[in-house]
Write a protein that binds this ligand. Sequence first.
Ligand code: NAP
Length: 325
Amino acid sequence: MQTACRLTGFGEKPPALSVENVAALEPRPGAVVVRMLAAPINPADLNVIEGTYGELPSLPSTIGNEGVGVVERVGASVGEFFVGQTVLPLAFGTWAEQMLVPVEALVALPEGLDPLQAAMLGVNPATAWRMIHDFANLQPGDWIVQNAANSGVGRAVIQLAKVLGIRTLNVVRRGELIEDLRASGGDVVVTEDVDLRLEARDLCGANFPKLGLNAVGGASALNLANALCAGAPLVTYGAMGRQPLKIPNGLLIFKNISFQGFWLRRWKESAPLADVRAMYEKLAGYLAAGVLHTPVHKVFPLDQVVEAVAEAAMERRSGKVLLRM
Ligand SMILES: NC(=O)c1ccc[n+]([C@@H]2O[C@H](COP(=O)([O-])OP(=O)(O)OC[C@H]3O[C@@H](n4cnc5c(N)ncnc54)[C@H](OP(=O)(O)O)[C@@H]3O)[C@@H](O)[C@H]2O)c1
């Protein structure tokens, strides 16, 4: 037997989550059984539990969007994968002791990574990496403007931009985060009440940002759009403020700002497997080198998943909530 966190209903209060004994998994050709080590609780997981995420599993379902584990048993024809290897399963259902994962959804990781940090490599650093590379031809010295800068994605944007020589103008909703984010590499950090339409020129030394990254929506997104140079994209990838975008006509007519969206799952489904693995190899290198680091707020055992989810849903956390299996 093994244990897994099962969701049996959407939008229930308290959440319809339970940790159940389920059958131990058997390997099959082309797939391995992964013993999970750790998995974070991300906003996307909370949205799945609420039933508001863009794509929902059929219930009941083992949930969890990312995590890290070790190959425990292998089926036939699994290529280079071997028992004992640390892997990222790029598959749904990570909140469990075991997962059955086809090799095309597996990424091999170097040994020696902190399992909590490795468990958070699959989604947020990858999202940051793709958004930095796929929407604007950024060169060293260029600026990115982003909100929710203290989020997992926001911090990864700061850390990856730094290593690439790209500068970041970061917006947070809590002034007490400014010093910490500056110390973590944010070039400029301001609170939401700073009007970037008036201040961006001074803050960025007359170089308006070439890329905007929006995880909030509403007035916060408009503030970012107002900071951008003509022709730049504002990329929306999250909706933490739960407010729709409001786009003034002038930003389209006179500045030709483009409003685009990003979803990592869509990228992973369309990109060649070699490109997906090459990206994670690069990101794992940055993790090993200490370039990437995500603060941890609290770690719970899997059988306390209900408490862990409640903690992850709390405002003003100091980092990520994770499950350790
Ligand atoms: N599209 C994709 O492929 C993709 C991939 C990864 C993540 N995401 C999305 O990106 C967003 C961030 O994810 P994450 O895992 O990085 O988040 P996280 O680490 O859990 O942090 C959440 C952040 O949202 C901020 N926040 C919450 N409510 C807010 C509000 N009303 N106004 C302004 N800021 C608010 C928090 O501010 P404080 O720091 O002040 O608490 C915190 O910085 C989520 O919406 C997530 O679903 C999307």
